[in-house]
Design a binder for this molecule. Structure first.
Ligand code: ADP
Ligand code: MG
Length: 700
C-alpha cells in the first residue's frame, strides 16, 4: 500500500480526534488503510427486482416480488422453524425463519404479495431465503424501493452510533477516502498476471468492494482481492523455501549401507507397502542433493509412518550421522522407543530414550554418548531440544505429531549441527490439501495413502442410547475372545463438572455390568496425577485389565494391538478429527476391530453429519475435507496458532480452486525468475517490503 494509507485516520476529512479514537477502540480502524480494508459485510441490491428464476446463491442481498402461497411450522420444540413458499411467474422460492416465528406467522398472510428482501441461499438445490425482510406490496412502496444502487452495509457497534458512525456514517467516510485517494492505490501484481487471470486492477477492486457498479463487478472485485491475498501468502512461503535452499546446505547421504541393508533384508518383519516405498524414495532423493530436506509426512494412524522414519534414519546412520525422533508426550516417546527397539533388535544399533523423567545420572551418560557419537538414535520429548543436549554429528531429525510443536522448536533442532539436519515432520491428522498448502506451503509433502495389507478396515457403528444393552453384549463377546476395549468419555472444560459426573456414572454402570473378579477395569482421566495415570495405563498394556475407561487422554498415538474395540460415549460432542483419531487407537492387530459411537437421539444437523461420516469412511483425508467444510479452517486442529490463516477476504473452503491457481502462478514465477530480477517482477519486491514489512532476503 502507498505510504499515504498509513496516515492516521483522524486526518481524514470528517473524522478528527474524537471519532478517530472510537473508531480505533471499537473497530480497530487506526489508519486510512484500515478503513479501506473495513469491507462491507453485505451489499444491498435495490437497483431492481429479481425474478425467482434468476436467484443464485452467490448474489448479494436482492429484492423479489412474490406472492406467499403456503406457510407452516415444522420441526420440534427447540429446532422449530417457519417455512413459507412464495412464487412469481417464474418459480417458487422457499422462505424460512428460525426466530421470531410467532410474530412472522401473524404478519404473513397467504395469498398476498410482498416485497421480499434478503440474501439468496439454496436448500436441497432449491432457492431459499432465510429471515428475509418483508413489506406488503403497494405501488407506493414499490416506487420508494426502486431506483437505488448497490449499497454497502458496514459492521458497526452501539458505541459508535452516538458519533454518527453507524453503517451510513462509515459509508460516508469510505466514500471520502476513495474520492481523495483511490488513485494512490498502486498495483502490486505484475500486469501480465492480471491479464492471464483476467483480474481487475487493484484500485478498481477496492472501489468496487465498497461501491460496486453492479453485482458482476462486485464479484470481480472480490475475486481479485482473494487472489491477491492467496498469491502473497504463497509468494512468502515459496520464497522462504527457496531461501532455505540457497542459504542452508544439506548433509549429503552418499550411500545406503550396512545398517539399512541389514535391517531391510534381515529384520523388517513385513513387506513395505507401495506408499511406504514411494515415500522412502522421495526422502532418499532429498537427502542426496546437498540441500536441507524439510518434508511433511502425512498418513493415517497405522499407515506405517514410524517404519519409514526409522529406515530413513538408518540411511543417515549409514553415512556416519546421528538421528533423533521427537514426540509430543512421554507416553508416545516411550512407545516409539519400544517400537524401534523391537524392530532393530538387540546389539544392532545404540538407541536411547530421553524424556523429562530421565534421571540425572542417566542423562549424564547419555550426553557423553551423544557427544562421542556412539549413540545413533535418540528418542524423546521436548527434552531433546534443551541446550545441554549436544550431538557429535546430527544428520536426521524426525518430529512426530507436528501440530504440538511450533516452528521455533523445529528450528532449535536445526541448530544442533553446523549444517542443519534433514527434517521429517510426521502427522497423523491428515489435513486437507488446501490447508496443507497454506500451513506447510514451505515444506515438501509426502503422503502414505495405503494401509498395510491384511489390515481389516475398522467397522464403525452408530448406536443410540436405547441400544446400550446390545453394546454391552458386543463388549462381552469381544472380551471372551481375549480382546481389550476402550471406552472414551468427553471431558470438555466448559462443562467439566457435568462431564465428570457423566464419567463417574458411566464407570458405575460399567462396574455393575462388568463385575470383579471376572472383569478388570482401568480408569484414566486427565485430572489424575501423571503417575497414577501411567500405572493404570500399564495395567491395560499388560492386559491385566480388559476395559479402559478414559477421557480423551489416550487420543494420540498409543499402540495396543490387542485392543480391538473403541467405544465413544456422547460421540456427538467430539469433533470429526478427534473421533477419527480416537478410532485410530484400534485396528492395529490382525483381528476385526470395531468402533461404536454412542449418542443420544437429540442430534444437531452437524452432529449427525459427523457420525454418518465416521460410519461411512475410514479415510482420514476424506474426513478432514468434511471437517473443514463443517468447521471452517480456523478451527481445524493445529491451525489456531498460525497467523497464515488470518484471511480477510479469501476462504480456504470455498476458494480452493483459486488457491491452486495462485500457488501455480507463484511456482511459475519462481521457476522463471527465482530472484525476481526481471523488470516485470519489480513490483513484487516493492510489495514485499511495503506490504507485509517483509524483506526479500530474510526468511520470515
Ligand atoms: P503410524 O505411525 O503411521 O500410525 P506405525 O508405523 O506405528 O503407524 O505402524 C502401525 C503398525 O503397523 C505397527 O505395528 C507396524 O509395525 C505395522 N506396519 C507398518 N508398516 C507395515 C507393513 N508394510 N506391513 C505390515 N505391517 C506394518
Ligand atoms: Mg505413529
Amino acid at each position: 500500500m502507498n505510504q499515504v494509507f498509513r496516515t492516521p485516520i483522524e486526518y481524514l476529512r470528517g473524522v478528527g480526534v474524537t471519532r478517530a479514537d472510537v473508531l480505533k477502540k471499537e473497530l480497530g480502524i487506526a489508519t486510512f488503510e484500515d478503513l479501506l480494508r473495513h469491507f462491507p459485510y453485505k451489499h444491498i441490491d435495490r437497483t431492481r427486482f429479481y425474478k425467482v428464476r434468476e436467484i443464485q446463491p452467490d448474489l448479494p442481498y436482492v429484492q423479489v416480488l412474490a406472492r406467499v402461497t403456503h406457510m407452516e411450522i415444522v420441526g420440534q420444540k427447540n429446532v422449530r422453524r417457519l417455512v413459507a413458499q412464495a412464487k412469481d411467474e417464474t418459480g417458487v422460492i422457499e422462505l424460512v425463519w428460525f426466530q421470531g416465528i410467532r410474530w412472522i406467522e401473524k404478519y404473513l398472510s397467504v395469498g398476498k404479495v410482498y416485497i421480499l428482501f434478503g440474501k439468496p441461499g439454496e436448500f436441497n438445490g432449491k432457492p431459499q431465503m432465510a429471515h428475509p425482510e418483508m413489506e406488503l406490496y403497494s405501488p407506493a412502496a414499490l416506487k420508494q424501493k426502486g431506483n437505488m444502487t448497490l449499497q454497502p452495509a458496514y459492521s458497526s457497534t452501539e458505541k459508535l452510533k452516538p458519533f454518527s458512525l453507524d453503517s451510513k456514517g462509515i459509508q460516508k467516510l469510505t466514500a471520502t477516502l476513495l474520492d481523495q485517494y483511490a488513485s494512490e492505490i498502486k498495483e502490486n501484481i505484475p500486469l501480465y498476471i492480471l491479464h492471464q487471470f483476467k483480474l481487475m486492477s487493484r484500485a478498481d477492486a477496492y472501489r468496487n468492494m465498497h461501491f460496486p457498479e453492479d453485482a458482476v463487478k462486485l464479484n470481480e472485485a472480490q475475486h481479485r482481492l482473494k487472489f491477491e491475498e492467496l498469491f502473497f501468502i504463497q509468494l512468502k512461503l515459496l520464497k522462504n523455501k527457496l531461501l532455505r535452499i540457497e542459504k542452508f546446505k544439506g548433509q549429503v547421504f552418499e550411500s545406503v549401507g550396512h545398517y539399512f541393508n541389514t535391517f531391510y533384508n534381515e529384520k523388517l518383519p513385513f513387506d513395505l507397502t507401495g506408499a511406504q516405498k514411494r515415500v522412502l524414495k522421495e526422502i532418499r532423493q532429498d537427502t542426496q542433493r546437498g540441500v536441507q530436506m524439510n518434508r511433511l509426512l502425512q498418513g493415517d494412524v497405522g499407515s506405517g509412518k514410524t517404519v519409514v522414519a526409522l529406515m530413513s534414519m538408518l540411511i543417515a546412520i549409514d553415512n556416519g550421522f546421528q538421528t533423533c525422533i521427537m514426540a509430543p508426550t512421554e507416553i508416545l516417546a516411550n512407545q516409539h522407543y519400544q517400537t524401534i527397539k523391537n524392530l532393530v533388535g538387540d546389539d544392532f544399533i545404540d538407541v536411547a530414550l530421553l524424556t523429562g523423567s530421565t534421571p540425572k545420572k542417566n542423562r549424564k551418560v547419555l550426553h557423553e554418548q551423544l557427544e562421542s557419537g556412539q549413540l545413533k538414535i535418540l528418542v524423546g520429548t521436548h527434552a531433546l531440544i534443551e541446550d545441554a543436549v549436544q550431538f557429535q554429528n546430527l544428520g536426521f531429525v524426525v518430529i512426530d505429531e507436528q501440530h504440538r510443536f511450533g516452528v521455533e522448536q523445529r528450528s532449535k533442532l536445526w541448530r544442533k549441527n553446523t549444517i542443519p539436519p534433514h527434517v521429517l515432520v510426521m502427522t497423523a491428522t491428515p489435513i486437507p490439501r488446501t490447508l496443507a498448502m497454506t500451513l506447510y506451503g514451505d515444506l515438501d509433502t509426502s503422503v502414505i495413502d495405503e494401509l498395510p495389507v491384511g489390515r481389516k478396515p475398522i467397522q464403525t457403528l452408530h448406536f443410540y442410547e436405547n441400544q446400550r444393552l446390545r453394546m454391552f453384549g458386543s463388549m462381552k463377546e469381544e472380551i471372551a475372545k481375549g480382546r481389550q476395549i476402550y471406552v472414551v468419555y468427553p471431558l470438555i472444560q466448559e462443562s467439566e463438572k457435568l462431564d465428570l459426573k457423566n464419567l463417574e456414572d458411566g464407570i458405575e454402570v460399567m462396574r455393575r455390568e462388568f463385575p470383579l473378579p471376572d472383569y478388570q477395569i482401568s480408569i484414566v482421566h486427565g485430572k489424575m496425577p501423571a503417575k497414577d495415570k501411567d500405572f493404570e495405563m500399564q495395567r491395560f498394556v499388560k492386559h491385566e485389565t480388559q476395559i479402559m475407561v478414559a477421557t480423551t487422554v489416550i487420543e494420540v498415538g498409543v499402540n495396543i494391538p490387542n485392543a480391538s474395540v473403541m467405544i465413544i460415549e456422547n460421540a456427538e460432542r467430539f469433533g470429526l478429527s478427534q473421533l477419527h483419531q480416537l478410532r485410530g487407537r484400534v485396528g492395529r492387530g490382525a483381528e476385526q476391530s470395531f468402533c461404536i459411537l454412542m449418542s443420544s437421539h437429540k442430534l444437531s444437523y452437524d452432529g449427525k453429519i459427523r457420525l454418518d461420516t465416521m460410519v461411512k469412511t475410514n479415510n482420514g483425508f476424506e474426513i478432514s475435507e468434511i471437517d473443514l467444510q463443517l468447521r471452517g479452517p480456523g478451527n481445524i486442529e493445529g491451525t489456531q496458532q498460525s497467523g497464515v490463516l488470518d484471511l480477510k477476504v479469501a476462504d480456504l473452503v470455498t476458494d480452493q480452486q483459486l488457491l491452486m491457481q495462485a500457488r501455480k502462478c507463484v511456482e511459475d514465477i519462481f521457476a522463471k525468475d527465482p530472484q525476481l530480477a526481471l523488470p516485470e517482477h519489480q513490483v513484487l519486491h516493492f510489495a514485499f517490503m511495503k506490504n507485509a514489512g517483509l524483506s526479500w532476503d530474510k526468511i520470515s
